[in-house]
Write a protein that binds this ligand. Structure first.
Ligand code: SF4
Length: 325
C-alpha cells in the first residue's frame, strides 16, 4: 500500500475544497476504500475523512425521507420508517455484506462502491477501468459475474451494490454539495454513467462534490416493495442477479410498477419496459411471466453469463409474487 496522509475536516466546505485535488480521495466507512488502497487499485496521496461531518441523520418529515450520506447501512436498515414505508431499502441493506460491514458502511460509500470485477481488483492484469486504454481481459476471460446490460467493448463490469438497485426503483434523488458551497439535487438515474469509451468515469459526481444525503419522496410506491437477491451462497456474497420491485395496486389493478435489477448492469438497471407491461394489469403469475419476458432486450451476453437473462426474469417474477400475494 502506498503511503498517504489523512485529514478530518470538521465542516463541509473545508472537506469539499480539500477534495478538488485529483490526488485526493474521500473516505467514509472505509469498507471498500481500504481494500482498494491495500491492493494498490487506487493510490491517492491524501485521504479526506468525512467522519467528523454531521451527515448521519435519518429524518422523515411530511412523507419525505432523508438519509444522511454518513448514516450506516445497519442504522438505515433498522429504522422503523424505512422498514414500514420503504421495505425494499431495508431488505437490500440487510442482504448486503455482513453485520460488521453494515455497521461501518455508509449510504454514500455504498453508492460509490467500485466493481468487484476480479481483473479490476488485481493490478497484475490490464483493465480499462483502472488503467484507461490498457484493455479488458474480462471480455474473453472470466465474465460469469459480469454485466449483460449497458456494456461496451471497453468494459462489462457489474455495479456491485444492492442499495442503489432499490433506490433506483424508488426514484431516489441525491443531495450534493459543490466546492462552491451550493447544494444541488440529482436524480439517481442521472448519477451513474455507462462505461462507453471511458469506463474509469463511473458517475457524474465532479471533483470536490460530496454526496450529503439520499432523498426519497414517493412514499405511495415504496410501501409495497421488496428486494430479492440471488447469489452463489446465502451470506456475504454479491448478487448474480437481484431485483427491487414495487407496486401500487388500486381496485385490483396495477396502477404503477417499478422494477430495477442488480447484478446484470454496468449500473443499477431500471427496466421501464417491464413496468409498462405491468401497468393496468391484474396481478397474476401469468401477467408477471409475460411482462418479464422483456428483460434481456438489448442484452449483450457472453457464453459465461448468458444464464443471467433467464435468472433475472425468474427473480423479478418471484419478487412480484412476494409483494402481491
Ligand atoms: Fe476492467 Fe471493466 Fe474489463 Fe473488468 S470488465 S477488466 S473492470 S475494463
Amino acid at each position: 500500500m502506498q503511503n498517504f496522509s489523512i485529514t478530518s475536516p470538521s465542516n463541509l466546505p473545508a472537506a469539499a475544497a480539500a477534495g478538488q485535488n485529483s490526488d485526493t480521495a474521500f473516505i467514509a466507512g472505509g469498507t471498500d476504500m481500504m481494500q482498494l488502497l491495500k491492493n494498490n487499485v487506487i493510490t491517492p496521496s491524501k485521504l479526506i475523512d468525512l467522519e467528523k461531518l454531521s451527515l448521519s441523520e435519518i429524518k422523515s418529515e411530511n412523507g419525505v425521507l432523508r438519509l444522511g450520506a454518513m448514516a450506516t447501512m445497519a442504522d438505515v436498515a433498522a429504522h422503523p420508517v424505512v422498514r414500514q414505508n420503504w421495505p425494499a431499502i431495508s431488505r437490500a441493506l440487510l442482504l448486503s455484506a455482513s453485520p460488521q460491514v453494515r455497521n461501518m458502511g455508509t449510504m454514500g460509500g455504498n453508492l460509490l462502491q467500485r466493481t468487484r470485477c476480479l481483473y479490476f481488483r488485481d493490478t497484475g492484469f490490464a483493465c480499462n477501468k483502472r488503467a484507461p486504454g490498457s484493455g479488458c481481459p474480462a471480455i474473453p476471460g472470466d465474465s460469469r459475474d459480469l454485466a449483460i446490460l449497458g456494456t461496451s467493448p471497453h468494459c462489462i463490469a457489474t455495479h456491485p451494490s444492492d442499495l442503489p438497485v432499490a433506490l433506483m426503483a424508488l426514484d431516489a434523488e441525491l443531495e450534493l454539495l459543490t466546492p462552491e458551497g451550493t447544494t444541488r439535487r440529482m436524480s439517481l438515474s442521472k448519477f451513474y454513467r455507462l462505461p462507453g469509451t471511458t469506463p474509469h468515469i463511473e458517475s457524474n459526481l465532479e471533483a470536490g462534490q460530496i454526496i450529503t444525503a439520499v432523498i426519497l419522496a414517493d412514499q405511495a410506491i415504496g410501501r409495497l416493495s421488496t428486494y430479492l437477491k440471488v447469489r452463489d451462497r446465502t451470506s456475504f456474497a454479491f448478487a448474480l442477479v437481484s431485483a427491487a420491485v414495487a407496486l401500487d395496486i388500486e381496485d385490483g389493478l396495477i396502477k404503477n410498477a417499478r422494477v430495477a435489477l442488480g447484478g446484470v448492469g454496468t449500473m443499477p438497471w431500471r427496466v421501464h419496459q417491464v413496468e409498462l407491461a405491468l401497468c393496468g394489469q391484474k396481478p397474476s403469475d401469468r401477467v408477471f411471466e409475460l411482462a418479464t419476458l422483456r428483460i434481456g432486450e438489448g442484452a449483450q451476453t457472453t457464453e459465461m453469463n448468458a444464464f443471467k437473462v433467464k435468472l433475472a426474469q425468474r427473480t423479478v417474477v418471484r419478487a412480484l409474487q412476494a409483494i402481491s400475494a
